[in-house]
Design a protein around this ligand. Sequence first.
Ligand SMILES: Cc1cc2nc3c(=O)[nH]c(=O)nc-3n(C[C@H](O)[C@H](O)[C@H](O)COP(=O)(O)O)c2cc1C
Ligand code: SF4
Ligand code: SF4
Length: 247
Amino acid sequence: MVYYFSATGNSKHAAEVIAAKTGDTAVSIADILNGRAEIKEKSGKTGFVFPVYFWGLPEIIKRFASLPEVKNSLGDYVYCVITCGATTGTADKMLAKMLGRKLDYSFSLKMPDNYVVLYDPSPKEKAKKFLAHADKELETVCEDINSLAKKRAGSTAGELKSLFVPHLYDFFRTTKKFYADDKCVSCGMCAKNCPDGAIEMENGKPVWIKSKCQHCTACINCCPTEAVQFGKGTQTRRRYNYDKTIK
Ligand SMILES: Cc1cc2nc3c(=O)[nH]c(=O)nc-3n(C[C@H](O)[C@H](O)[C@H](O)COP(=O)(O)O)c2cc1C
Ligand code: SF4
Ligand code: SF4
């Protein structure tokens, strides 16, 4: 089983490639937590594929990894592939701690950065080059998993950052500054896609109802009209999502 969490498609793509090339099935963690999919029975290999947040774990991964059903479903070989815009530090070790066992294999996979709240995502052509490179890295990852390799590899630098930066995540992940501007066409996709149930539609417009969310950026980066903003910074920034970039 390959469990994955993905807001803008990088980790979903990685999980689907890994599942296809290792004879496994990719299942969305958000779907499991929202009752749309189930945790599968123990099998030979168990993988976790998700993005690094603040050089640590997304809140949804912490929640999922601490479920007894997840721990009971782990196979003999447990691995993770953590996608990132730069590096992942010790996020893999944090996952291992939550699961209560050492990981056999971890790989930090560099892909385009989606954190539009703080940075302007790369232009499309540059993002495409990152994705082409990531696909090559994924070939190695799949060979490693198929041969049950035991190692830590990829962009695992930033271990010092992992000591301090994860503490900032809780401070940053407020929903206070979200709003939809007048480009909103009331399609409801932002509410439907939110993995956290943080958005409700009121009079055809999204309203952020939780004080904290994953800050996954799905609502900002996947809105078809780029209407979702977070404060002023996002008004002039590009948007990134995997599907839009590879087209
Ligand atoms: C809240 C948040 C925090 C992030 N923190 C980091 C980080 O600490 N280091 C890094 O290299 N990339 C960071 N990123 C970038 C993502 O990890 C990267 O773009 C990832 O591939 C997105 O995966 P997805 O498309 O599956 O959602 C962050 C993104 C978000 C939304
Ligand atoms: S996805 Fe964008 S256009 Fe659609 S309802 Fe949400 S803000 Fe409006
Ligand atoms: S409100 Fe937006 S950023 Fe927050 S969890 Fe939902 S989709 Fe992600």
